[in-house]
Design a protein around this ligand. Structure first.
Ligand code: AMP
Length: 195
């Protein structure tokens, strides 16, 4: 199995790049943000508990998030590998993921962080908000709050995996193809080193 975490602030292009990565490397793309938005759309019981967090750009509590991610991962038979997007978002989630992968006798192999500065993020998300229909994409103060949450509680996850030599930064500025090219070369370097 090859398990990859696609990391970076909201609006850094994780969703866009995930589509190309899952196709090229045959991974299962799991976005916790998409899973939560799906709960809202279907007005499930869980939707009532999470709506306010999504609307205000705050993290959904770990107990709910980790359980949902576990259920999703365990629902696949003999997966080739996972591409996680939007998870883990804090150290508790990172530790829970390591525990789960340990039980499954696999590992996090690589974390790729898309590096994009705050002003570019705000510009991109406001632009995405014109068509995404996401309430959290239309309000600049919520977008900046999401960036603060990223800096304060999510960014330390980079060092968590960095200490295990598993974290790499990728310049997230450029065309979709240019950025994908950078991602491919980091994955290829990793594969060569571990062949
Ligand atoms: P995203 O699509 O990744 O930007 O996520 C949208 C929203 O879903 C976030 O602002 C959080 O409210 C929630 N969310 C997504 N992933 C997580 C996570 N790993 N932990 C907690 N909340 C999350």
């Amino acid at each position: 199995m090859f398990n990859l975490i696609l990391f970076g602030p909201p609006g850094s292009g994780k969703g866009t790049q995930a589509t190309s990565i899952e196709e090229k490397y045959g991974l299962i793309h799991i976005s916790t943000g998409d899973l939560f938005r799906n709960e809202l759309k279907n007005e499930t019981d869980l939707a009532k508990k999470i709506r306010n967090y999504l609307d205000t750009g705050q993290l959904v509590p770990d107990a709910i998030t980790i359980q949902m991610l576990k259920n999703k991962i365990l629902s696949y038979d003999e997966p080739n590998g996972f591409l996680l997007d939007g998870f883990p978002r804090n150290i508790t989630q990172a530790e829970a993921l390591m525990g789960l992968f340990n039980e499954l006798q696999t590992d996090v192999h690589l974390l790729l962080a898309l590096d994009v500065p705050e002003e570019e993020i705000v510009k991109r998300i406001l632009n995405r908000g014109k068509t995404s229909g996401r309430s959290d994409d239309n309000d600049e103060s919520i977008i900046r709050d999401r960036f603060r949450v990223y800096e304060e509680v999510t960014d330390p996850v980079f060092s968590f995996f960095g200490k295990m030599n598993k974290a790499e930064k990728v310049n997230g500025i450029g065309s979709i193809e240019e950025i994908f090219g950078r991602i491919e070369s980091v994955i290829e370097q990793y594969q060569k080193k571990h062949a």
